[in-house]
Design a binder for this molecule. Structure first.
Ligand code: ATP
Length: 209
């Protein structure tokens, strides 16, 4: 599972998903847009539009899935609920991984039911350029004793571990910077897939009105 706002999806998300799948030999990576992310403001465009962009971005990429399960759920989009529904589908023996960037990981102790995340899945933290801050104390306590430095050791169990990964193509691309560029009419070429750029332009998304 790679959850996020995907406001909009960009090559940092998509390339990370492909490289995660390879690094951990995953069957699938579910990219799961949040309807209402609990710890941030309203996304700039509707959930349906963000999902449409995600689908266009993924295209026919093998192993990547645009998963819309959070969009139909009432209330805030808690990752613990999403992992619970994946766990129910896949069974107790399946190895389930929640991937997140280092920036998102830094706030993990503030999430809803953070301990429960580890009961349901492994956490894999992806290095992101420009996001190198040290872990807050509450987070250090939360992850104490869980860290693994080896993919095989992590994947020997269905859940409960933590692994930090530096993927080969780290990209300093953020949705915040993309929205800023789009609002100003600046180029976003090569920061997101062509089909996503074309849809944004055709529908006049992220423009300052
Ligand atoms: P924003 O700038 O609006 O906060 P974002 O670019 O960080 O957005 P999100 O949708 O919040 O995108 O990210 C979803 C997940 O993908 C998070 O775990 C985030 O850390 C991770 N992520 C986002 N961009 C990258 C990137 N360039 N490289 C690796 N991981 C990324």
């Amino acid at each position: 599972m790679l959850g996020g706002t995907f406001d909009p999806v960009h090559l940092g998300h998509l390339r990370s998903a492909v490289e995660l799948r390879e690094a951990l030999a995953l069957d699938r990576v579910h990219l799961i847009p949040a309807k209402a992310p609990p710890l941030r403001g309203e996304p700039s465009v509707s959930p349906a539009e963000r999902l449409a962009l995600l689908r266009l971005g993924i295209g026919d990429t093998p192993g990547l899935v645009a998963d819309d399960r959070e969009l139909w759920r009432e209330g805030p989009s808690y990752s613990a609920d999403t992992l619970a529904s994946l766990r129910e589908e896949l069974g107790s023996e399946a190895r389930l991984v929640m991937a997140l960037g280092h920036d998102a990981f830094l706030r993990l102790a503030d999430w809803h039911a953070p301990q429960r995340l580890f009961e349901l899945a492994h956490l894999v933290v992806v290095d992101r350029p420009d996001h190198q801050a040290a872990l807050p104390v509450a987070l250090r306590d939360l992850v104490a004793g869980r860290e693994s430095d080896d993919v095989d050791a992590l994947m020997a169990r269905p859940a409960g571990g933590l692994l930090r990964l530096r993927l080969p193509s780290r990209m300093a691309i953020s949705a915040t910077e993309l929205r800023r560029r789009l609002a100003r009419g600046l180029s976003v070429r090569y920061l997101l897939p062509e089909a996503v750029e074309a849809h944004i332009m055709d529908h006049n998304l992220y423009r300052r009105s």
